[in-house]
Design a protein around this ligand. Structure first.
Ligand SMILES: [Zn+2]
Length: 155
């Protein structure tokens, strides 16, 4: 294999990627390639030990202030009344299940062992619903629950 092809193959490798066997074999016998690859590896390790950019001041505060000035995400298109209505509907469904004819029919056909998975599914639905509500109204939930944004703590 020619030296140029070997170098091309070596430099195409990512960091910490295994060096191809033919490249290793070539560097065993070709001192020119071996020397160049060793120099490159040495320079690379020197670069990794130094930071090219020295930051004189802490930019954390300025960056966070700039981020907080950005416009907040648009409010949820669904109103609170819709969320409350659906939540009450889910709760009412769970509590009215023992009185429904559908549950009697299900128990008649599948046995009484159906209740535990059925209530587990309803609990899962309710959990997903609450998680969606909190995720979509995170700022409002934080404000209502006393979360202090400035100190990043709860009060
Ligand atoms: Zn070579």
């Amino acid at each position: 294999m020619k030296c140029e092809k070997v170098k091309e193959k070596y430099f195409a490798c990512d960091h910490n990627q295994r060096i191809p066997l033919d490249v290793k074999c070539h560097t065993l016998f070709c001192s020119s390639c071996r020397k160049e690859i060793q120099q490159f590896s040495q320079h690379l390790s020197e670069l990794q030990n130094t930071t090219p950019f020295e930051i004189e001041q802490d930019l954390h505060v300025a960056v966070m202030a700039e981020i907080s000035r950005l416009t907040p995400p648009p409010p949820s298109p669904l109103s609170y009344s819709w969320w409350i209505f659906v939540g009450i509907f889910i709760l009412a469904s769970i509590f009215s299940m023992p009185y429904s004819n559908a549950l009697v029919w299900l128990e008649w056909n599948f046995g009484r062992d159906l209740q535990i998975p059925l209530y587990s599914i309803m609990g899962l639905v309710l959990s997903i619903y609450i998680s969606l509500f909190i995720g979509l109204h995170l700022e409002d939930v934080k404000r209502m629950s006393g979360y202090n944004k400035r100190d990043d703590s709860w009060s």
